[in-house]
Design a protein around this ligand. Structure first.
Ligand SMILES: NC(=O)c1ccc[n+]([C@@H]2O[C@H](COP(=O)([O-])OP(=O)(O)OC[C@H]3O[C@@H](n4cnc5c(N)ncnc54)[C@H](OP(=O)(O)O)[C@@H]3O)[C@@H](O)[C@H]2O)c1
Length: 280
């Protein structure tokens, strides 16, 4: 049995892919009623909360591999690691990012803390170090639909944006055949480096109308996110992370998606085409 810890963008797709391959797969969800489609696809949906260790222990029964993906609150994911050790789990596939203990971004320091706990646990593991998600642009969808423009603090910096469906496909592949990937760290990116102006150009082509990108300061970006309803500390952290793109922090690419999957990673144009309705 493979346990996927939460049904977000990566987790839901990974569980769906695993069920489609005939694997026994379970997903821990705070709100099972929101993931009825996964149940219909053959996924064992169990109610649980990563803040309540007993619910994780209940979900861990009979599990051999875990896909560890969540908003990456260290105490939550370390509960999962501890539960996996107690249950005799063989392998954990950890969804992470460019984590480091001295990062200026709290989320990256938290990821580093979780990775250290996982490595110290003695469990077999694979780390999926992902670049920025293409799906982050979906949040801007309504604003792009309304104004045909968007801004950010990324300046002219470039990122190797990856489609979360490809992250999920790699997570499913590794969880299904973990021994081939044990102890490895994969750098997951799309096939090209794009600036936000490049993204605007791709959206213009796909949507058939001009989409404009306006550079913003970090403070302006924080304010825009707060105005869109993001809590201030999260908005400040996200704007800081995006502003680091301007300094080259996300300008990295790798071949790990095609190497693991045997097919190319999705392009931003494919992503935009598949989600055109969100931006229209
Ligand atoms: N965004 C990026 O550009 C980026 C880049 C690299 C790496 N990452 C990493 O990707 C991971 C996030 O993956 P994602 O984008 O697929 O996640 P996501 O779509 O944000 O989904 C998060 C899921 O976690 C659930 N959840 C939250 N708190 C929970 C709790 N206490 N107990 C149980 N479930 C809980 C949410 O469920 P509810 O519906 O109940 O809220 C939701 O299903 C993080 O580790 C992040 O650092 C992100």
């Amino acid at each position: 049995m493979i346990l996927v810890t939460t049904p977000g963008k990566v987790g839901a797709e990974a569980a769906r892919l695993l069920a489609g391959r005939g694997e026994a797969v379970r997903i821990l969800a705070r709100h099972p009623e929101k993931v009825m489609a996964l149940k219909q696809a053959g996924v064992d949906v169990v109610e649980g909360d990563l803040d309540i260790p007993a619910t994780i222990d209940a979900a861990m029964k009979g599990v051999t591999s875990v896909v560890l993906v969540s908003p990456a609150v260290p105490s939550h994911e370390l509960h999962v690691v501890g539960s996996a050790v107690r249950a005799g789990v063989d392998h954990v596939v950890k969804v992470t990012s460019k984590a480091s203990a001295d990062s200026p971004i709290a989320r990256q320091r938290g990821q580093a803390e979780i990775e250290a706990g996982l490595l110290a646990s003695g469990l077999n593991y694979t780390l999926l170090r992902n670049n920025f998600y293409m799906q982050n642009f979906l949040v801007l969808g309504p604003a792009i639909a309304r104004t045909s423009g968007f801004g950010s603090a990324a300046g002219a910096g470039k990122a190797g944006f990856i489609d979360t469906r490809d992250v999920a496909a790699v997570a499913a592949e590794v969880a299904g055949s973990p021994s081939a990937h044990s102890g490895r760290s994969y750098l997951l990116t799309g096939p090209e480096l794009l600036s936000y102006a490049d993204v605007a150009e791709v959206l213009s082509k796909v949507l058939g109308r001009q989409i404009a990108f306006s550079p913003r300061t970090r403070a302006e970006d924080t304010q825009a996110m707060v105005s869109a309803g993001v809590p201030e500390p999260i908005a400040a952290m996200n704007a800081h992370a995006v502003s680091l793109i301007a300094e080259g922090d996300a300008a990295w690419l790798s071949d790990d998606v095609p190497t693991v999957l045997g097919r190319p990673a999705r392009t931003f144009e494919q992503f935009a085409t598949d989600h055109a309705g969100v931006f229209s």
